[in-house]
Ligand binder design. Sequence first.
Ligand SMILES: Nc1ncnc2c1ncn2[C@@H]1O[C@H](COP(=O)(O)OP(=O)(O)OP(=O)(O)O)[C@@H](O)[C@H]1O
Ligand SMILES: [Mg+2]
Length: 381
Amino acid sequence: MQNPFVYGEVVPGESFVDREVELDRLIGDLAAGQKVFLISPRRYGKSSLIRQALNALSRRGVLTLDITVSSYSSYLSFLEGYARALAAVETRSERARGWLTKVIQSTRPEVRYDSGAAGPGRFSVAFPLVRNERDVNRLANEVFTLPGRLAAEQKRSMVVALDEFQAIDGFNGGSVEHALRAAAQQQRQVGYVFAGSEPSLMEKMIGPRRPFYKAGPVMRLQKIPADVFAAFIESKFGRSGIRAEVGLGAAIVDLAGNLPYDVQRLAHETWDDVRSAGGRRATLDALHTTLARLLAEQEPIFEAVWQRLTLAQRAVFRAVVLENGHGLLSADVRARYRLGGPSSIQTSLSALLKQDLVLKEGNQYVVVDSLLREWIARRTF
Ligand SMILES: Nc1ncnc2c1ncn2[C@@H]1O[C@H](COP(=O)(O)OP(=O)(O)OP(=O)(O)O)[C@@H](O)[C@H]1O
Ligand SMILES: [Mg+2]
């Protein structure tokens, strides 16, 4: 029997819940060659949504490419990875060198074959002659035209996903954005999705006076409806041979603050605990036993987070947890948690937001990690 819940990676189709409207829209926009911005806080399910969309498009014969921008340590290594990935799409590895040498004129690409790797097609691309910023910029202009060329040569549409796109900001300031925007705009057969998990950075990127301003539709991914997620969890338990007590799904979603990652984590871990105890029923008690185990396991990490905070930040953090993120500036709450004046509360909140510990949903402050929230509620004073 396999655990039907998945977290910490892109979810496979059978564990993917809801998102029908978003998926339809994303597929439609990308197929039409739009340049889509997909924005949400961390762990809402952007990468999983993109994977579903690319799979569907690829079944329709569209060429697809998925790159995680943040995994590159420099602009040049990003360009190398991007060129490699493009050359690998539908181009057999023996032809990659020829293709790249033909289209990249500003420098000489070095294509290496990794003979030790299993299976065909493993090769890497490097641009060893690129030395300074000017070289990089010239190269970038060429690399960014590659999707358009590939689509034209193959006479197929193409879709490029650049995930963790906010990381581009760290490479080379505005010039990357300019170059990419200018190139993408020319490529009517190529749909792009730029996905980012730092909403404030991403919002800035699509703001006025920035290259991507009004470049295409913006999708802001929301949470999955709580009742849909809860029902999905109970039915997955049932189908995997462990009957869920009525209300377990709702309890998990609630405890997880309906953050998709946290929902799947709690469900997964509860399932594991019930299963290894040889049980056939997942009860609310079982959920709480699992929660206690997870909190104990994470204790050192949460301790360290707590120690790093100033006293003022700790007090505000506790108030966020215990007041459920509401009314933090009210006289009542300030007195109860000895928070000091509104401006010092704002300073602490900004620090917590910046450290990715809390986020703002409308007027409410929400603790990002639901386990950390429970730990603070139980273990701090
Ligand atoms: N549609 C979905 N159905 C079920 N679970 C989901 C769904 N989307 C996301 N999840 C859960 O959330 C986790 C995180 O999803 P994913 O990696 O796609 O999010 P992300 O927004 O790309 O996160 P990050 O900001 O860390 O890159 C998944 O491993 C899975 O547990
Ligand atoms: Mg992601």
